[in-house]
Ligand binder design. Structure first.
Ligand code: SF4
Ligand code: SF4
Length: 106
């Protein structure tokens, strides 16, 4: 059980949460940030700083964004535990739920 980043982050990615994370476990995809569940220490520091309230403790993710509940964990199925987002840099592909999300309206 860990924190996840839901739909409001898509195409925003202001990275306010990244600056708060003590273990550098918030990784960047093309359209959304992702929390690595194996590296997150559940400190909760990221959650209150998100300007759009996109970060939730997994079980508390609103039903409307249920698709996002497992997206972060699945995003790391291939990547594993890189050990630091700043060292890895941006990842080139999003989870399918994110890649298929509607584009923001102008
Ligand atoms: S603070 Fe919120 S909107 Fe900004 S990158 Fe983090 S999760 Fe996304
Ligand atoms: S809960 Fe803490 S360790 Fe986990 S992503 Fe947020 S700031 Fe990082």
């Amino acid at each position: 059980m860990t924190y996840v980043i839901a739909q409001p982050c898509v195409d925003l990615k202001d990275k306010a949460c990244v600056d708060e994370c003590p273990v550098d476990c918030i990784y960047e995809g093309p359209r959304k940030m992702y929390i690595n569940p194996d590296e997150c220490v559940d400190c909760g520091a990221c959650e209150p700083v998100c300007p759009v309230e996109a970060i939730f403790f997994e079980d508390d993710t609103p039903e409307e964004w249920a698709d996002f509940r497992n997206a972060d964990a699945e995003f790391f199925a291939e990547l594993g535990s890189p050990g630091g987002a700043s060292q890895l840099g941006p990842v080139e592909r999003d989870h399918p739920v994110v890649a298929g999300a509607p584009l923001p309206t102008a």
